[in-house]
Every structure is written in C-alpha cells, then in structure tokens.
Write a protein that binds this ligand. Structure first.
Ligand SMILES: [Zn+2]
Length: 241
C-alpha cells in the first residue's frame, strides 16, 4: 500500500484575516497531525514554526520559545513531511531563483507541497505578527509589524506551497517560516538570499481541513471573502504577491 501524506489545516486563513484570533486547538493536538508546518498563536502573538515535531513561537520582541502542549493556536497547517525531491543548491541564489528551481520539479500546479530548506543564508528577512485584539483586521495589524533582517545565519525554512485554487484556505504560493540553528532568530519569511543549502520538496496527497466547530465566533462570522483574499495578498504572502 502506498503511503498517503496528508496536509492538516486547522481553521482557515480567511477566518484569521477577518480578526478571529482566539486559540482553539492545542499544540499537543496539532503535533499529532504533522512534524513540519506554519501558523500563528492565540491573539496572533507571533509566528508558529513547527520543525522536526517541535513547535516554536517567534515573537515581535525577537525571542523564540519552544511551546508546551497546552498552548493554543487559532490557525496552523502541518504535515508529516516526506521529501520527494531533494536537491543541493551549491551557489548563492535569491529567493526568486530558488522558487523557480523548486517549481521546476512540480508536476503541475494543483497539488500542495511541503518545503524544507536547510542552509546558510547571507540574508534572512522576516516579520513577526504582533499580538492584537480580536476583531482588529489582520491587514491593519500587519501595517505595524516588526521586521528584522539578519546576515549570515544558518537555519531551516519550513512551510507549505498552496495551489491558487485554495487561496483563502491558506496562502496561494509559498508560506514559509524560518528558524535559526541556534533558535535565536526566526519568523514569517519576507525575503532571503541563500549561500548554499539542501532543499526538500514534499509530496502531499490529501488535505484534511479541520474547523473550530465549537467556536461561536467562527460559526456565525460573516466573511467578506473578496476583501479577505486581497488582505491575504497584502499581509501573509511573501514578496511575490
Ligand atoms: Zn506566516
């Protein structure tokens, strides 16, 4: 029997974008569904990074903490990463160039993929979404997000590539987070330059979409989907959007 790799999505980016920030799933539960992924924390207090089965929080004050199982998240996407294509990038490249090389290995544009890149980066530019009150739209919060750029840092990029047709469920295209090897620096990637590294592209066969079924705010929220999709472009995607 072939192994099935399932992307597990908890909640949707559209709900998050509309201001539903309350954490409703525990890290302990989330990690049963994957060992690599991205997301955010209760009250959008920073970026969630799931690497090798452990969950970390990169906060706007530039600290990184490993999260305990009882911490709750409002939104996350995780998968048990299974590399299908692995290649070495031996010379300096931009994020744009790496994206093109990664996509050259895709079979079409309609399947999700997991991405893991371990490398040395001459530049790594990240943001950490700052804690906000429920109801303040994400795109407004992102206008005053802390951003940091580090030179010469080694670490790992983790994330998901989402087909265009699922924009709103997640971010169409790349949604990547970074964490340094010494766990001192990380966040949601805006841009980078890589000196060298090993790139893993993981196959994803299925999407499991979970919802916060006991969250009244989610159940009865009226979402303006066209506006939310535009907000995702502004607030969540990386520079290509
Ligand atoms: Zn992110």
């Amino acid at each position: 029997m072939t192994e099935i790799t399932k992307l597990y999505q908890y909640n949707t980016l559209s709900a998050l974008m509309s201001g539903l920030y309350e954490g409703t799933m525990t890290i302990g539960e989330l990690l049963k569904h994957g060992d690599l992924g991205v997301g955010t924390l209760d009250s959008i207090d920073g970026e969630l990074i799931v690497l090798d089965g452990k969950a970390y929080q990169a906060k706007g004050d530039k600290t990184i903490t490993e999260l305990s199982n009882d911490v709750k998240v409002p939104y996350a996407a995780v998968v048990f990463h299974r590399a299908e294509v692995v290649f070495k990038q031996r010379y300096k490249t931009t994020y744009e160039e790496i994206k093109q090389r990664i996509e050259s290995y895709f079979d079409g544009e309609n399947l999700f993929r997991s991405i893991k890149i371990k490398g040395r980066f001459s530049k790594m530019h990240v943001r950490m979404i700052p804690r906000a009150e429920e109801g303040v739209k994400f795109v407004e919060v992102s206008h005053h997000q802390p951003e940091y750029s580090e030179d010469d840092v080694t670490g790992t990029i983790v994330g998901i590539w989402t087909p265009e047709m699922f924009h709103g469920v997640g971010v169409a295209g790349y949604h990547l987070h970074f964490i340094s090897d010494d766990f001192s620096f990380g966040g949601h990637i805006l841009d980078f330059e890589m000196d060298e590294g090993e790139v893993e592209i993981g196959a994803i066969d299925q999407l499991e979409q979970a919802f916060p079924v006991q969250d009244r705010k989610y159940l009865f929220a009226k979402l303006n989907l066209e506006e939310l999709k535009k907000d995702i472009d502004v607030a969540e995607a990386t520079q290509d959007k």
